[in-house]
Design a protein around this ligand. Structure first.
Ligand SMILES: C[S@@+](CC[C@H](N)C(=O)[O-])C[C@H]1O[C@@H](n2cnc3c(N)ncnc32)[C@H](O)[C@@H]1O
Length: 172
């Protein structure tokens, strides 16, 4: 008896976008035209990385940018930088005297994006801490009073990806 091949797994569209075609259409007509050049460049550079799928999607990035503007964020902490899409996006969005501190134990991926951060003219706003998140956060949190926004994506216990945007007056 011949064995039937397993049925192909359907792509599950449980959000607002019901088809791949619609998602592609929205990217091409709305998202890519609004994406700043340095982010386009970083996305292209990251595409060949074996873990490219970890990068923030450009549509999600624009949502983050909108939230940053809505809360008037000036200072941000990012945990989980990878090659730096959301890191650069935040640096580009906050004002010129703002600051983003980013923590990641993997410097190698951060170094991929670094020349683009430099070219984008945001170096004065960024700080990278090469560390496991918790000890670095412990240091930072000693001074932390208000966190206006926390974005988290924890698919398992060690997979920590959080952005915290701080809009009060303290600094470390
Ligand atoms: C999903 S990627 C982050 C994507 C990134 N925000 C972007 O826009 O491309 C997750 C990152 O979290 C880092 N990471 C995972 N666990 C960590 C931990 N415990 N401490 C510090 N970094 C961690 C990984 O090295 C990886 O670079």
């Amino acid at each position: 008896m011949s064995k039937k091949p397993p049925p192909e797994k359907p792509i599950i569209h449980n959000g607002l976008l019901q088809t791949d075609e619609l998602y592609k259409y929205l990217l091409e007509t709305n998202v890519y035209p609004r994406e700043p050049e340095p982010l386009k460049e970083l996305r292209a550079l990251t595409a060949s990385h074996p873990w490219a799928v970890m990068g923030t999607a450009p549509d999600a990035g624009q949502m983050i940018g909108m939230l940053l503007k809505l809360v008037g964020a000036k200072k941000a902490i990012e945990i989980g930088v990878f090659t730096g899409y959301s890191f650069l996006l935040t640096a580009l969005t906050i004002p010129d005297d703002g600051k983003i501190v980013a923590i990641d134990m993997d410097r190698e991926s951060y170094e991929i994006g670094r020349p683009i951060f430099k070219k984008a003219g945001v170096e004065h706003k960024i700080e990278f801490i090469e560390s496991q998140a918790l000890p670095a956060l412990d240091k930072i949190l000693e001074n932390l009073e208000i966190m206006e926004m926390v974005r988290a994506h924890n698919s398992d216990i060690w997979w920590l990806w959080v952005v915290m945007v701080v809009v009060d007056d303290w600094w470390w």
